[in-house]
Write a new protein. Sequence first.
Length: 574
Amino acid sequence: MSHDEYGGPYTNHASIAGDTTMSDAALAQASKWYCECLLKHTTCTTSPASGCLMPTRLLRIDEDEKHARLVVTKEKVAQVSHYSTLSHCWGDSDILKLTISNLESFKAGISLEQLPKTFIEAIFVARKLSIPYIWIDSLCIIQDSDDDWQTESVSMEDVYGNSILNIMATVSKNSHEGLSRSRDPKMLELCPAIQSKWEDAENDLFYLFNKEIWNDRLYSGPLLKRGWVLQERVLSPRSLHFCDSELLWECREMASCETYPAGLPNVCKKKNFKARPLSVSKFYERKYLIDGANKTMKGIAYDRWVQWISLYGQTHLTKDSDKLAAVSALAKCTRAVFDDSYVAGLWRSMFADQLLWWGMSNSRPKDYRAPTWSWASVDGFVNLAFIRPNTKYHIEIDEVRVTPVSSVHDTGCISDGYFRARGLLIRDKLVNYQRDSDFPFLAGKDEDTNMVVRLDTPVNQCREKLIVLPILTNSNGPGHEDYWFHALLLQERAMSPNGFYTRIGYASVENSYVKNKIGLDHPQNLSKLKFPGNHVGSSSESNKSNQNGEGVDFSIKLDESLYLEGSPGSFMVY
């Protein structure tokens, strides 16, 4: 690769980096990144004097570097104080935790000898950077108090967003492994540039390097696979990663490592910016959300939300019940842009589109954590729908309601939820051509119809009879007639009256399914149907922007026999 394509330095000074990631040279480089960011990066500038909220509790690092004290910030900490945070894996190891019984003794002082190695080294790094306080979850949240956990878990937007630096134990499996890793500093040296001998590339320099260096370093360890860490990393204005062979730095203006201390080469940036999903603090920075005249601030924010949830689905949680709580802070940041209602992981103004998610794992946890229509009800990777043009909607959403566990914070855990709507309910059956296959079909499909069915639960746990609920149709663009029909798959809710359903999956089919099943020549005509018991039609305009159910009275009527008995067009999904 030529130097112009490479976009990196000719050389570096890795040979003096030291033989561990906690060496004086390594921490000097970390200090240089930190100071440069504070002094020169206008996008990264945060001021704790601007009215930001401090965490409820912080650890004060004593000057003797042998003790730390738990302080209640509203009593002891000046509002202009800086603090760091720690992202780490707890692991299975038993560590010292804050509890109701030791709260007062923690305020008196904690000997650092009582703490696991990762905590001790994180405190050392904070002191090296002249940061007087540090926030560590297990020492600053009362671990045997559900009330304290509910309050603190939904405050992560402020805890990480207002921190001066997030120290990340990226490759440590537990709190006892520490931050420091041994290394050969020569492995950080760049290969010398090669002078071209080719006649048509005379005097050009070529480079041999690892363009996957960023992802290789970051994702080789367990930390970024933790569900809670996604929002910790996204919200923090600055993060310092302790990896196996070198330190990595990321802030809102720069991504660097010891191999490339002045910033990653251009080719690495193009390849690896899964690395920083979005840079936000308390509110979105406009420069990160405006991307050309055709992109709105809200549109960019929604695309980022889709990306976050996709990344989140590739992580794991120790407690299944944390599914919504672990992205609560991201939801708050997104809502600051949307000015919208957040309901169990979905956004009210785009509710119909967001119902059309699908997952890969086909499993739900045993205990309730979200309505079946929410992606938060399933485990594993989920794919959220992007908002597309050329779309027609075939459902009227009359009401969406969830009950938060906390009466104060509405983006965290919920105890129940449902939506009430009017639409077309089509009877069909699941057909599983191959035993134990995860890719069944609908019986209404003919041989020439392309169809994708994604179930939320294993096919052998689904009843044969189901309901197909059309949500929307879209085409491949103006002038293209390859319309696709997108629907939810529902089953009657156990022990409930008619008209009460739960989601079991998602289906995407070509327009011939609609034509054959209900006799409409074109799936887009679904948007002109008059629902029984409803004097207005369903259209994209009324669904997306009119919250009062007003619409246009279309002339096309639908035979009520196509609806289920006892629920003529109006139903609830839990």
